[in-house]
Design a protein around this ligand. Structure first.
Ligand code: SF4
Length: 1010
């Protein structure tokens, strides 16, 4: 059962006519929607005679807020609100280290807000045991609140939340104390071992931070810091800055680990260490650095020889020694510790080793900022959760309130949470979703989404981000904290919190903290308060500021060389699209091609070509992966970037509940793990599991959206050696501006020729640009079946090519591919009805209502970036459970963009609606559009600033300046179609193979060279 399918709100669609009717006449549309849902719209129309404050029909307003649960870290954002609906998100660069970028996962929280599967009103477990009876029945809020109150009154209660910080954290801690309930804050992917191991060596009471921007040499010992670890958006920005070849520097990057993750794929060098042995390699490298610099390892930490570490890791000792010597020779070298995928039963000592390496490198205080109390950690480790499960099993927990996490899915099955839950008499889930934990609970109380809530969250730099409700709730839900206050009020304890509703509690706390109402309003407008203004917070909430369990500086235990298990090792890893599973019911994330495999809507088992040959399997063949804990079956993806003795399976899929897109899709590799914790930190040992892999003889559907990782010498991507790049940058410029001003490219009388530069050296392949394009341009997802027929609708895709290197290895090059807006576009002359034509400003335009669907244009496009609507994707005529825009997902649709119908071709417009808005604004002021005034959706989401958009006719514009780089080239430039997108070659410290694509462009070669 799900909240919408059987609930008061049915899944029927809203016609365009009806939708416009409502928007045109009701400024309070959202309130009407919240109360009644679409079927009752017409009965509730209110003429828009008196404008509501803050609502101008048809005009977007931008509000600052924060998404505390968006991913590895809270994300401060700006939300675009129009006609009572949140339509889009963009970064709030006032906070979060000034980073301008927003991850795919953060964008997709919009689909969480408008998720058709959200629980629409309180649910009570159905007492009926008759066959076929639904597991839940709807209940009133009065009954639900009474049930929650009674559950708390029983005593012996535990409140289990996710990470809570700031006022929210303090409120929940206070509530638990006043109500006599134990509060446990738990995040599945916590960084307990990082906090403890780093504090052991470098001190600090919280989570360390890493600033890569000034590094000249980077070594990573396993973490996927560009994708899923710690603070990927900020770290991507720092990584790009450290490798800004146009600024004449490019930090060499070595990745140590068993598998090239999104981060590993961006490395210049790969040391293929076994999973769980990265710490030993780091300690050996630290020894080499210390010897080279005449320094000492931190007291108490024993040395490990390169040979011993090499033996444990299964890599050459020379590689370890060479890495140590290169790091020692660098001025600003930094080491990044292991991540989740390499976290074994000795995780704390691995972090101690990397912290020791950073000490001898002198990186601490420069690139590594030891924790100063920043509360990214959580109080409960996996070991703490095991203790809770033990108490639940023993009947010592009489009430369990789960509010903000999903332990029934995110803990290994071997931990036994689901079975222990059955032993708890009163179980209440406060959640927007009917996930695995909620489905096993007695009561489900649906709570607001963050975009409907008051909240705050402490950021890594100590700043406090502030969140506000930006729209009326989509469903009949309540704010989590207000529910808790209702319980306190019912128990006569309401006076203990400074307000009877959470908005008052939050406002009074902030007002007092910042020194007045004006400061509160200013914080609301800005989206928070900087660390200096908020300093002095004792962080009483949820114990999130607790010092890590580690001892004082220098308290280092004896380092034991890790022993890799015999046989095939299992690596499980989080992905940028699903993280700990929270992204799995969002169709944007299901249809977002994985950064490495480009697979969608499924799980897979990555294995080396040698292992695949040994098993006699190829991509799509079904294999059985068996551990001592269980077995799963999934299709194979053959990948050169993994050790031959290792298989890797992504986390986040394999849900048994949670919603239509997540349920029953893929596998959950947590089923294969033992419930082992690192004794030093309490962290779950994700690494160190031995598995047996066998071919089943069957095949399964694995939809991979990229045909080949080989560009077949078509020079679609280019990579050049760093020395050549530096030489070429010094040597010459290419006058691309002159090139694009050729007659076909734009009207000579137009001041504009819009164009783009994409720097392949900066692009990491994270895919944030792709999701932002879905969000901005109403791009439908099509589902697995249609994706298998190559009918996905994405206007952008990220190529991942493997370019051969001189040493027999390969260099991964990531390339965003979208409509190139060619000056001499092959699609234009073949359209019989002029549906696609060239605009006076150089854009390749697609007129939807003229298109008759011959698809000649797609056939003639050399870049294959045009998408054809084989179906209507709206709710009424969509397939499956209501189509891509099933209500209320349709409320997220951008009104500036047409929703395309069946039989129509579509593709990237370079956000022409944004261009037009900027032109209208400029015209009002009697000027032309300024450089930087228009940013495309993809550009504004890229954390690495890989995308630059602007006017190529303005010689001073950033896009003109970058397009003239010696690294500039046009994809398939030999066709002479004069693309408006200039790619800048990737730069690597590797030497590309002869005949590869590493040759720098020769001076004066002009278009030939591109
Ligand atoms: S261009 Fe796209 S894929 Fe590349 S780093 Fe930027 S957002 Fe990520």
């Amino acid at each position: 059962m799900n909240g919408s399918a059987d609930g008061a709100v049915n899944g029927t669609g809203t016609s365009r006519r009806r939708f416009l009717k409502v928007l045109g006449t009701s400024g309070a549309g959202a309130a009407t929607m919240a109360a009644c849902g679409p079927p009752d719209f017409a009965d509730k129309l209110i003429p828009h005679l008196v404008e509501e404050e803050g609502i101008t029909p048809g005009v977007s307003e931008t509000y600052a807020t924060v998404l505390p649960d968006a991913g590895p870290e809270p994300v401060p954002v700006h939300a675009q609100v129009r006609d009572g609906r949140v339509l889009g998100l963009s970064p709030n660069s006032r906070f979060g280290g000034g980073t301008s970028g927003l991850s795919s996962l953060t964008h997709s929280t919009l689909q969480d807000l408008y998720d058709p599967d959200r629980v629409s009103q309180p649910l009570q477990r159905n007492p009926s045991t008759e066959e076929g009876a639904p597991p839940f029945q709807f209940a009133s809020w009065e009954d639900a609140t009474a049930a929650l109150t009674n559950a708390v009154r029983v005593g012996g209660g535990v409140l289990l939340t996710g990470r809570v910080t700031g006022t929210t954290g303090r409120f929940i801690a206070d509530w638990a104390r006043v109500m006599g309930v134990e509060h446990i804050a738990w995040e599945p992917f916590s960084n307990d071992a990082l906090a403890t191991g780093t504090a052991d060596v470098s001190g600090g009471a919280g989570m360390p931070r890493f600033d890569l921007s000034s590094a000249d040499r980077i070594a990573c010992f396993g973490a996927d810091f560009l994708g899923t670890w710690l603070a990927p958006t900020q770290m991507s920005a720092g990584f790009a800055a450290a490798r800004d070849i146009e600024a004449h520097h490019h930090a060499k990057f070595t990745f140590v680990g068993p598998r090239l993750s999104l981060t590993g794929a961006n490395a210049d060098e790969w040391i293929e260490a076994r999973a769980g042995t990265e710490g030993a390699v780091a300690l050996a490298v630290a020894g080499v650095v210390a010897a080279s610099r005449g320094a000492e390892l931190p007291a108490g930490l024993p040395g490990v020889s390169p040979e011993a570490a090499a033996d444990a890791a299964g890599v050459p000792a020379d590689a370890i020694r060479a890495l140590g010597e290169e790091l020692a020779a660098a001025e600003n070298a930094v080491a990044i510790p292991p991540g989740l995928e390499s976290q074994g039963a000795d995780a704390r000592q691995a972090h101690q080793a990397v912290a020791a390496l950073n000490e001898v490198l002198g990186a601490v205080g420069r690139s590594v900022l030891p924790g100063d109390g920043a509360p990214e950690g959580t109080t409960a480790s996996f070991a703490d959760m095991q203790a809770l499960i033990g108490r639940m099993r023993a009947g010592q927990v009489r009430t369990l309130i789960v509010a903000g996490c999903n332990p029934a899915y995110a803990l290994p099955a071997a931990a036994g949470f689901a079975e222990a839950l059955a032993n708890v008499a009163n179980t209440v889930a406060i959640t927007p979703h009917l996930d695995e934990t909620a489905s096993a609970s007695g009561w489900v109380l649906p709570c607001h989404h963050a975009l409907e809530s008051w909240c705050d969250a402490e950021l890594a730099d100590g700043a406090m981000a502030l969140g506000q409700p930006l729209m009326h709730p989509v469903f009949d839900t309540r704010q989590r904290e207000d529910l808790l206050l209702d319980v306190a009020n019912a128990a006569g304890q309401g006076g203990a919190f400074g307000g009877t509703d959470y908005a008052t509690v939050l406002r009074s706390t902030w007002t007092e903290r910042l020194g007045g109402h004006a400061a509160w309003l200013d914080a609301l407008r800005r989206g928070g308060a900087p660390a200096a203004a908020w300093a002095g917070d004792d962080g009483a909430g949820g114990g999130e500021d607790d010092a890590p369990a580690g001892g004082a500086v220098g308290d280092l235990g004896g380092f034991q060389l890790p022993q890799a298990p015999a046989g095939t090792q299992l690596v499980v890893y989080p992905t940028a699209q699903f993280y700990d599973g929270r992204g799995a019911n969002r169709s944007w994330m299901q249809e977002q091609p994985d950064a490495i495999t480009k697979a969608v809507w499924n799980s897979w088992v990555e294995m080396h070509p040698d292992m695949a040959a040994e098993l006699g399997v190829e991509r799509g063949d079904l294999v059985r992966v068996e551990s001592a804990q269980g077995a799963i079956e999934a299709p194979v993806y053959v990948y050169r970037g993994i050790r031959p003795d290792t298989v890797a399976i992504p986390l986040g899929q394999g849900h048994t509940e949670y919603g239509r897109n997540a349920r029953g899709r893929g596998v959950n590799p947590l089923d294969l793990l033992a419930a082992n914790a690192d004794p030093g930190s309490g962290a779950l040992a994700y690494a160190g599991t031995a598995v047996n892999v066998t071919a089943t003889g069957e095949t399964a559907r694995l939809v991979v959206t990229q045909g080949s990782t080989d560009d077949l010498d078509r020079e679609i991507v280019h990579a050049m050696n760093v020395e050549d790049a530096l030489h070429e940058i010094e040597a010459h410029e290419i006058d691309l501006v002159e090139l694009v001003e050729a007659a076909w490219d734009s009207d000579p009388n137009s001041p504009y020729r819009w164009g783009m530069v994409i720097d392949l050296n900066s692009c990491t392949g994270c895919g944030a640009c792709v999701t932002s394009c879905y969000s901005e341009n109403n791009i439908p997802t099509v589902g697995e079946e249609q994706a298998a027929l190559r009918r996905e609708m994405s206007w952008m895709r990220i190529h991942r090519f493997e370019e051969e290197t001189e040493d027999g290895g390969f260099q991964t090059v990531q390339q965003p591919m979208l409509c190139q807006h060619c000056g001499d576009a092959p699609c234009e002359p073949v359209c019989p009805v002029y549906a696609t034509y060239h605009s006076p400003e150089g854009l390749n335009v697609q007129v939807y209502n003229r298109c008759v669907g011959t698809r000649y244009c797609a056939n003639n496009c050399p870049y294959k970036v045009r998408r054809f609507n084989w179906f209507n994707h709206d709710a009424a005529r969509g397939r499956g459970e209501g189509g891509a825009f099933a209500w209320p997902l349709n409320l997220q649709l951008n009104p500036d963009i047409t929703v395309r119908e069946v039989g129509v071709m579509e593709k990237c417009t370079m956000c022409v609606h944004r261009i037009n808005k900027a032109k209208i604004d400029a015209k009002d002021e009697g000027r032309t559009v300024r450089d930087g005034e228009v940013t495309t959706a993809c550009q504004s989401s890229c954390p690495s600033n890989a995308i630059t958009f602007g006017n190529l006719k303005d010689p001073e514009s950033e896009v003109s300046r970058k397009a003239k780089s010696a690294r500039g080239y046009h994809a398939l430039g030999e066709l002479g179609v004069r693309p408006a997108i200039t790619y800048l070659e990737d730069v690597t410290h590797r030497h590309m193979a002869a005949g590869g694509h590493g040759e720098p462009a020769a001076a004066g070669e002009g278009e030939e060279a591109h």
